[in-house]
Write a protein that binds this ligand. Structure first.
Ligand code: DHB
Ligand code: MG
Length: 210
């Protein structure tokens, strides 16, 4: 999208409050990679969560907590975001972000690798947002489908992976992981899905079959 149009939409629909702005600023100061979601992407996720009246959301990859604040704010007071982060520095920043944004009571942060933590979770999530390391994405797809309720949303960041998905020379494990996830999302008969071209591309799917 044209950058001016992106700014226009973000300013009109996805303006950050001071808490979100501070969390994003601290993310940069702490030297975390600049790979958090954008504000317009956060608002898009909120619209989707509201559409299914989500109360339980699972996030893979908390990073500094910026996306988690957008997600948790779309949940009712009794809602629960379960978010998994393997880097202890990221997890510490994320905890601080949830507290500052006033959503800590709605967030359960699990510190560890997603593939270690996922087997202990109970199914029935209203939505899963996959935004973690890219190599195991096919496994993240399988776990997400297992843990989602019927009618639940499968959401995944970086569907384009900076264009790498169509760069045939890129045979990296990360690019192949993203391609594998996209292929599964496109072809799994339990899912109706597409990609929305916000920022780096967002996979949006509805689980229609068990
Ligand atoms: C990268 C970007 C992301 O948004 C992400 O979630 C993970 C990795 C990247 O640019 O490598
Ligand atoms: Mg991402």
């Amino acid at each position: 999208m044209d950058e001016r149009l992106e700014r226009y939409v973000t300013g009109l629909f996805a303006a950050e409050d001071p808490a979100l702005a501070a969390i994003r600023a601290r993310h940069a100061e702490a030297g975390l990679p600049p790979i958090h979601i954008s504000a317009d992407e956060g608002k898009f996720l909120q619209v989707l969560l509201r559409a299914v009246e989500a109360t339980t959301v699972l996030e893979l990859g908390s990073l500094g907590g910026y996306s988690g604040v957008w997600l948790a704010r779309a949940l009712p007071p009794h809602g629960r975001l379960t978010t998994i982060e393997k880097d202890p520095r990221h997890a510490a920043l994320a905890r601080r972000a949830y507290a500052e944004a006033g959503v800590a009571a709605k967030v359960r942060l699990i510190e560890g690798a997603a593939l270690d933590a996922l087997p202990a979770l109970s199914p029935g999530f209203d939505a899963v947002f996959v935004d973690a390391d890219k190599e195991p994405q096919a496994q993240y797809f399988d776990w997400s489908m297992r843990l989602l309720r019927r009618g639940g949303l499968l959401l995944c960041d970086n569907a384009f992976f900076h264009g790498a998905v169509v760069d045939e020379a890129d045979r990296s494990a990360e690019a192949e992981g993203v391609r594998a996830f996209n292929r599964l999302a496109a072809t799994d008969p339990r899912l109706v899905a597409t990609v929305v071209p916000i920022r780096d591309g967002v996979v949006v799917g509805v689980k229609v079959g068990a």
